[in-house]
Ligand binder design. Structure first.
Ligand SMILES: [Zn+2]
Length: 214
């Protein structure tokens, strides 16, 4: 393994460990895993990554945090909710994720590709893990990604969020197929878009419009 992928590998290992011991035990279910085989933490950089990821989860689970990771009945199995009112333009530090660049052969389709960021500019891939990866996608989200530093990204609210409201972010236009045509988010469900877009529904609308104008 080259140094380039080693950092990503340790991130995966730490995230699998933290989700298993800190999230799954709380939720009573198994959440996302990258399924890397644990290896020995040899270098100072290995230990530093492992420690940093543990700190991210400790921050997310802190009693002073304004968020909670809970079970969800929808696809994905888990979601993030607000435990108190969160004002607009608030950086939610408890929802931070760490990212490292990866080579193409690091990606295993259907295994660890659930949290890959691809730069639109450079087309290079990164693996992105941490409490932030529990934030579900919505086509009309209440937060946006915001960089904390070179290695970490968290979310910032784009409007006031009420207590118990789901915290969501927009992943990308292609995460759920081209133009998110397979998206099953709450907004798509409500507005009949994405997966819920039915030909019958739209042809009915068009017929109705024609009828009015004729
Ligand atoms: Zn959607």
């Amino acid at each position: 393994m080259n140094d380039y992928d080693r950092r990503a590998y340790i991130l995966c290992m730490a995230d699998d460990h933290c989700t298993a011991t800190m999230i799954d035990t709380k939720l009573g279910m198994i959440t996302h895993k990258t399924f890397v085989e644990p290896i020995e933490l040899v270098y100072a950089s290995d230990k530093s990554i492992y420690k940093a990821v543990k700190k991210l989860y400790a921050d997310a689970l802190s009693p002073t945090s304004c968020i909670e990771i809970v079970k969800d009945n929808r696809p994905g199995g888990a979601k993030v909710i607000a435990t108190k009112f969160i004002p607009k333009r608030f950086k939610i530090i408890g929802l931070t994720g760490r990212h490292y660049p990866i080579s193409k052969h690091f990606i295993k389709r259907g295994v660890n590709d659930f949290s890959i960021l691809t730069s639109q500019l450079t087309k290079k891939d990164k693996i992105f893990l941490g409490p932030c990866s529990f934030v579900n996608h919505d086509c009309k989200p209440n937060t946006v990604w915001i960089s904390r530093n070179k290695l970490e990204t968290c979310v910032e609210t784009v409007r006031d969020i009420k207590k118990d409201e789901d915290i969501t972010v927009y992943y990308s236009p292609y995460y759920f197929g081209v133009d998110n045509e397979e998206c099953k988010c709450r907004t798509c469900e409500k507005t009949h878009f994405g997966y819920f877009k039915q030909k019958g529904f739209y042809s009915a609308c068009i017929t109705y419009v024609e009828y009015i104008f004729n």
